[in-house]
Design a protein around this ligand. Structure first.
Ligand code: FAD
Length: 392
């Protein structure tokens, strides 16, 4: 099979890219390891930044999120020093989040792509990108039956996430990998229960962090800081709800709406950035380019932003013979990526107490309390927070 652009991965990055290329008449083929049902039911992100909504609007891809998404503007911090709320929609640049589950967005993007005649090969695993240093790179794949094949393109877009084939195919001498393990793990939970507060909840407790984020009127995401290496199924439903109630201080601030826990995954908080995001004919976007810890909810938003930049650059090159934007693609994305990394790093230090083995734990805990206090009392700090929190 051949195409002008082969897109690896049908997540937010790959599907926004596929839709924009198709709309500009570029012949593309999306290669996706999972089947369609898996792709459009994987619950992950939910908070879309104002800029993400603007991008999707610009390309007519935002109907579903306008119909079913809900605006969100408040977060609430709960610590040993009390609680306070920040109406971030009225601070900083006055921008809001739209809460719309990632799987719904992916479903919308997929439907639009297929309705427009887009080509996608589900159940097909990309194994490697070969010849990225040439003008005719090929992608080796295993199809649904495990049969090997080789597909050729002018460009390959690696939107296949952190463990995908695009990253693996980059020669180590051609890219620099920045990696940081923040030494903190979260148990990510989805509960079939309505949200318990009308805000994102961030609770800092001596027993660890706990977070609350609305998804839909029936489903809520929670996070619980857990021990590194702990198995997700070591947490019974009873233990999860008791621990959430304790850390979120529900006896003081209101009981949580309990319900069945339908997803539990352990996420190690890590940052990972590749530099540059281009190697010849292979370009990276989304989680394949950089991984952020979920502390600042930026991953899906960066994926959409990068996909738009990449689509514009590819169209310039393929349709107008102008490769300038493609030459600048990596540097433009990396400026956004490092800004998001800096904020998510700041959030990690805001939300977590020192670990048990930290010899300076009292010192670090006092710094953490002071950071939260600054956010509570300083208007300029609140404006900065709001701008970073909703911005991408
Ligand atoms: P993905 O969505 O991972 O898509 C990659 C696709 O490539 C997948 O469909 C995969 O099946 C496919 N693939 C992988 N390997 C291959 C291969 N070899 N061949 C073919 N196909 C392949 N971000 C936010 O902005 N806000 C949030 O609130 C938020 N919350 C999160 C909560 C959790 C629990 C998690 C895990 C993540 C969260 N994120 C959040 C991050 C966000 O989900 C990701 O950043 C986003 O999915 C990245 O999109 P992507 O298209 O780059 O990659």
């Amino acid at each position: 099979d051949t195409a002008e652009v082969i897109v690896l991965g049908a997540g937010p990055a790959g599907l926004v890219l596929g839709n924009l290329l198709l709309a500009s008449g570029v012949d593309c083929l999306v290669v996706e390891r999972a089947d369609r049902e898996q792709v459009q039911t994987r619950a992950r992100a939910g908070f879309l930044a104002a800029n993400t909504v603007r991008i999707l609007d610009r390309h007519g891809l935002a109907d579903g999120l306008h119909r079913h998404g809900r605006e969100h503007t408040v977060c609430e911090f709960r610590t040993e020093d009390g609680r306070f709320r920040l109406d971030y929609g009225a601070l900083g640049l006055g921008e809001r989040h739209t809460v719309y589950p990632q799987q719904e967005l992916v479903r919308d993007l997929l439907t639009r792509y297929l309705d427009a005649g887009g080509r996608i090969s589900f159940g097909t695993e990309a194994v490697a990108v070969v010849g990225a240093e040439t003008l005719r790179p090929t992608v080796t794949v295993h199809d649904t039956d495990g049969r090997p094949a080789r597909w050729q393109a002018r460009y390959v877009a690696g939107c296949d996430g952190r463990h995908g084939a695009a990253r693996r195919s980059l020669p180590t001498c051609a890219v620099r990998r920045h990696h940081r393990d923040h030494g903190v793990s979260w148990l990510g939970l989805l509960a079939e229960a309505p949200p318990s507060l009308d805000a994102v909840g961030y609770a800092v407790h001596g027993r660890g962090f706990a977070g609350h984020m609305a998804r839909t009127p029936e489903v809520t995401r929670y996070y619980l800081q857990c021990e590194r290496g702990e198995a997700a199924d070591a947490w019974s439903e009873q233990r999860i709800w008791d621990e959430l109630a304790l850390r979120m201080r529900s006896s003081e601030y209101g009981e949580l709406h309990r319900g069945p826990i339908v997803q539990r995954t352990v996420v190690d908080l890590e940052s990972d950035v590749l530099e540059p995001l281009r190697y010849g004919s292979l370009l990276l976007a989304g989680d394949a380019a950089s991984l952020l810890s979920p502390s600042a909810a930026k991953g899906a938003n960066l994926a959409v932003l990068e996909a738009e930049l990449l689509a514009e650059a590819l169209v310039d090159d393929l349709r107008r013979g102008d490769g300038t934007a493609l030459d600048h693609y990596s540097a433009r994305c990396l400026a956004h990526i490092w800004r998001a990394q800096a904020f998510s790093h700041w959030m990690i230090r805001l939300l977590h107490g020192p670990s048990g083995s930290d010899p300076d734990s009292l010192f670090h805990n006092s710094l953490r309390r002071s950071r939260v206090e600054s956010l509570r009392v300083s208007r300029s700090q609140q404006d900065w927070f709001a701008e970073q929190y909703v911005g991408v």
